[in-house]
Write a protein that binds this ligand. Structure first.
Ligand code: ATP
Length: 575
């Protein structure tokens, strides 16, 4: 069990503020005379102290234990303009905790002659409760996840493999240029977001020689978080409005959650099975392992001793003194070789405590990569086999389906040919029937003449001899005209059966019309096949002839007015 280490750093004051300051520092205790509250910490640094001292106090040890495989977190807490960024990042004249830690990290690694290391770094900010990747500014609003292998992690956060302090600091400068900073009444360059600078340190023992298979050796993976929190602020003092006001409210809210988490932990809520609201803010969720979890944690509480900020300073000190009572359970993070390295197959570039130019090591690493790749492929080969089998089955199915469709098409073609053949036969039959009907028309002239002749001799009783002669010759004349007209019509163009019937019933004008129509429709108009098929040829013939005979009788005996050959003419009764 390891307690959170808490130190306090007071920023320098102007001479005026120094004179009016109510605070007194005695050893590691800070208090306001004549007030009951006294705050005692692991260490209190006055305004004259340098950042290096603060770094050496605790952070240095946390960095060295991180190289040994222990998680470590250091964060600066305090009101706005109290010197958090100055402490963590530093300035051109005085480096901060982060650059010092980075330099030391590589120094410690170099001292570890028997181990080889893989180092990665990430840099993120929590701005208005959204996680942005400062190394990949296009990665915004990242989500927090948790898994057995990785614990709590930010999905999609870029992790750069780094091999030197300069490389790290260069990347840090790049990230810093994308951090949200804004001006308030209290600080020209006020951090408007919490930033988490993270180093992930993996290491394992060096193999004796290149032939040794050490793939089962334990790998240590530790995380070092260096956090620069945004400062709590009072709107009345910062004069924040609009965007700044919104930022300020998010900052205060997340710091309040941090305070609640620390308070709960300090009261032993977790050990008593109580609820600790880590999930109430992104900051506490990400820092969860550092707060009551598996990490060496140190808090640097930045304060100002000015009279005007006495309330905020008291509030910061209360937070810090609660944090003092929080204990963590720290242990080395060791995982099996494959667990650690399979997830980073593409990142298999190892740092050594010597330099990367160790040819033997490179050779061995190449071999390890090949082995891992082979293992990876083997685990996927089964899956691939199954996939190939599925694809083959699908292909076979589609081939069968294609054959079935081709067969159906062939059968349909045959059926179509059969139908066409039957239609042609029917058309031929109809043609034959039509010609038979025409033949019977030709015969009709003769029959009519016979009938006319028969009628004429059949009823001459009421006529005089002269009239009878005249009638006789007229009838003959008319009959010959009828015959001529019939023949003319019969040998005319082939007419559809029904139109032929119509033509006869309509008389000459109808005939002309039908003739002209039949000329137009020549060869393409056929009698109704359905009607024809219901009658035998002889029936049709009989019907037709019967009708013709009947019409001829009417013409000759009743003298229809519409007929040119009406007997009314003969009687002189009508002109
Ligand atoms: N110990 C110190 N020595 C010299 N200058 C300091 C010290 N602490 C703070 N300052 C100066 O005070 C100003 C505000 O400091 P800084 O920006 O670090 O505050 P902060 O707590 O990070 O503020 P915010 O929360 O608003 O970001 C800076 O100009 C910084 O250089």
């Amino acid at each position: 069990m390891e307690r959170i280490h808490v130190s306090v750093r007071a920023r320098p004051l102007s001479p005026e503020d120094a004179k009016s300051s109510p605070w007194r520092i005695a050893g590691n205790t800070i208090f306001i005379p004549n007030q009951p509250a006294k705050f005692e910490f692991d260490r209190i640094f006055g305004d004259e102290c340098r950042t290096l001292e603060i770094y050496k106090e605790r952070t240095k040890k946390i960095v060295s234990t991180a190289v040994q495989g222990f998680n470590g977190t250091v964060f600066a807490y305090g009101q706005t303009s109290s010197g958090k960024t100055h402490t963590m990042r530093g300035s051109a004249t005085e480096p901060g905790v982060i650059p010092m830690a980075v330099q030391d990290l590589f120094n410690f690694i170099e001292e570890e002659m028997n181990r080889e290391f893989l180092l990665r770094m990430s840099y993120m900010e929590i701005y208005n409760e959204e996680i942005n990747d400062l190394l990949a500014p296009e990665h915004r609003k990242l989500q927090i996840h948790e898994s057995i292998e990785r614990g709590i992690f930010v999905a999609g956060l870029r992790e750069e493999i780094v091999a030197s302090p300069d490389q790290v600091l260069e990347l840090m400068d790049f990230g810093e240029s994308h951090r949200h900073i804004g001006e308030t009444n209290m600080n020209t360059y006020s951090s408007r977001s919490h930033t988490i600078f993270r180093m992930i340190i993996e290491s394992r023992e060096k193999a004796e020689d290149t032939k040794t298979d050490n793939s089962c050796d334990a790998v240590r993976v530790s995380v070092l978080n260096l956090v620069d929190l945004a400062g709590s602020e009072r709107v009345a003092k910062t004069g924040a409005e609009g965007v700044r006001l919104k930022e300020g409210s998010h900052i205060n809210k997340s710091l309040m959650t941090l305070g609640t988490v620390i308070k709960k932990l300090s009261e032993g809520a977790e050990s008593q099975g109580g609820h600790v609201p880590y999930r109430d803010s992104k900051l506490t969720r990400i820092l969860q392992p550092a707060l009551g979890g598996n990490a060496n944690t140190a808090i640097i509480c930045n304060i100002t001793l000015a009279q005007i900020h006495a309330d905020e300073t008291k509030s910061s000190l209360q937070f810090a003194s609660r944090a003092l009572r929080v204990t963590n359970c720290v242990h080395v993070n060791e995982v099996g070789y494959l667990t650690a390295f399979c997830t980073q197959l593409s990142l298999c570039l190892l740092l050594t405590s010597t330099i990367l130019t160790d040819a033997a090591l490179l050779k061995r690493q190449k071999k390890e990569i090949e082995e891992l790749r082979a293992k990876f492929q083997a685990s996927h080969s089964e899956h691939l086999d199954e996939e190939i089998l599925n694809l083959r089955n699908t292909l076979l199915k589609s081939e069968l389906e294609r054959e079935r469709i081709a067969l159906e098409l062939e059968e349909e073609k045959k059926a179509q040919a059969e139908r066409e053949k039957r239609l042609q036969e029917q058309a031929k039959k109809i043609e034959n029937l039509s010609s038979m009907v025409l033949c019977s028309n030709r015969d009709e002239g003769r029959d009519t003449y016979k009938k006319e002749k028969r009628r004429y001799t059949w009823c001459p009783d009421n006529l005089s001899r002269e009239a009878s002669k005249e009638l006789n010759s007229t009838v003959k004349e008319k009959a010959s005209v009828v015959k001529a007209k019939r023949i003319e019509r019969d040998i005319g163009p082939l007419l559809p059966f029904e139109e032929l019937l119509d033509a006869d019933s309509k008389g000459d004008s109808g005939k002309q019309e039908v003739n002209s129509r039949s000329n137009q429709l020549e060869d393409c108009t056929l009698p109704d096949s359905q009607a024809l098929l219901h009658k035998t040829v002889s029936e049709i013939k009989i019907d037709y002839l019967t009708r013709k005979l009947f019409e001829a009788d009417i013409h000759l005996v009743d003298g229809s007015e519409q007929d040119d050959y009406s007997l009314m003419d003969l009687n002189g009764a009508k002109h």
